[in-house]
Design a protein around this ligand. Structure first.
Ligand code: GDP
Length: 302
């Protein structure tokens, strides 16, 4: 189920609370069951959904017990349920961790990691454009020597976006390219230096070893995991594996415009306690939206 449908379904469950007569335990249970089924169908992690259900119930119970009228009128009870569901949905996408904020007047190195095809190269250019528009002198270093054509793709999109770039057709060591590019752009006082890394190797072990070496060479201020919205339940294992090696401090979820369910990628937040900072919403370079938990859930619920 795509996120817009998920929002509609949750809203539907909540509004049926308003239409029903007395709000008793059975009605609360059936409402929560409907909401949890919708979340599971959107690929939100099973354990997260189970804990959301328990926490909403606990929140509702605590609020009603605190109410001196012995539970309040049904309309109040419904508000309590609605607020508890909203809070818990926000909690799903809010790890309570502040992401790194690039500062003007200094070099901020951002390293992008993620599997091939997730939209990493596109996102690197989108990020450069985003910061350039906000007055940061921005550039891209293509340290992907694994995928044929990666540097050409960076060159084309960076040229189109009028963003400076660095890469090599002859050097085969991505660590060397990353180090050279970052050093050059630091000297030239670029403020946002985005390092695009390669997405997949024959063995994952090699990919992670390469990421670690690039990280040591360029000392990123922020590492970003780029995740495809359609990743589904695999998000948890994949994001944990990247977290252990690359210790990313932020997530960008791409392809939110498509028919992806999105819930899997959202589950990566909880699995790694790392905030989502942007959503990719299309193939154009301007299709990048800032992410914030409350507005995102409000928008989803319409
Ligand atoms: P990489 O292998 O991770 O570097 O992935 P690419 O940047 O080459 O992107 C793979 C494909 O996904 C390309 O066709 C992109 O145009 C597309 N893509 C990337 N981000 C988005 C997005 O937010 N929405 C849509 N619809 N497509 C995207």
């Amino acid at each position: 189920m795509v996120l817009a449908d998920l929002g509609r379904r949750i809203n539907g469950a909540l509004s049926s609370l308003s239409r029903a007569g007395t709000l008793d335990d059975a009605l609360l249970d059936s409402t929560l069951k409907e909401i949890c089924t919708a979340l599971l169908e959107s690929d939100v992690n099973v354990k997260l959904v189970a804990s959301l259900r328990t926490r909403v119930k606990a929140q509702v119970k605590a609020a009603l017990e605190a109410d001196k009228t012995g539970g309040g009128r049904d309309a109040q009870k419904r508000n309590v349920v609605q607020k508890a569901v909203f809070d818990e949905l926000v909690g799903l996408v809010n790890p309570g961790v502040e992401p790194y904020k690039p500062k003007k007047g200094q070099s901020n190195v951002i390293m992008a990691v993620g599997l091939q095809g997730n939209g990493k190269t596109t996102t690197c250019t989108k990020l450069a454009v985003y910061y350039q528009k906000r007055g940061f002198k921005s550039c891209i270093v293509c340290a992907d020597t694994f995928r044929a054509g990666a540097f050409d793709q960076t060159r084309q999109s960076a040229t189109k976006a009028k963003v400076a770039y660095f890469g090599s057709y002859t050097e085969t060591d991505p660590v060397v390219i990353a180090a050279q590019g970052v050093e050059k752009f630091r000297k030239e006082r670029f403020e946002i230096i985005i390092v695009d890394t390669s997405g997949r190797h024959k063995q994952e072990k090699d990919l992670f070893a390469e990421m670690e070496m690039i990280g040591e060479a360029v000392k990123p201020d922020m590492t970003v995991l780029v995740l495809d919205a359609s990743i589904g339940q695999a998000a948890e294992a994949q994001s944990r594996a990247f977290k252990e090696t690359a210790n990313f401090g932020a997530i960008i979820v791409t392809k939110m415009d498509g028919h992806a369910k999105g819930g899997g990628a959202i589950s990566a937040v909880a699995a790694t306690q790392t905030p989502i900072i942007f959503l990719g919403t299309g193939e154009h370079l301007s299709d990048l939206e800032r992410f914030a938990p409350e507005p995102f859930i409000s928008k989803m619920l319409g």
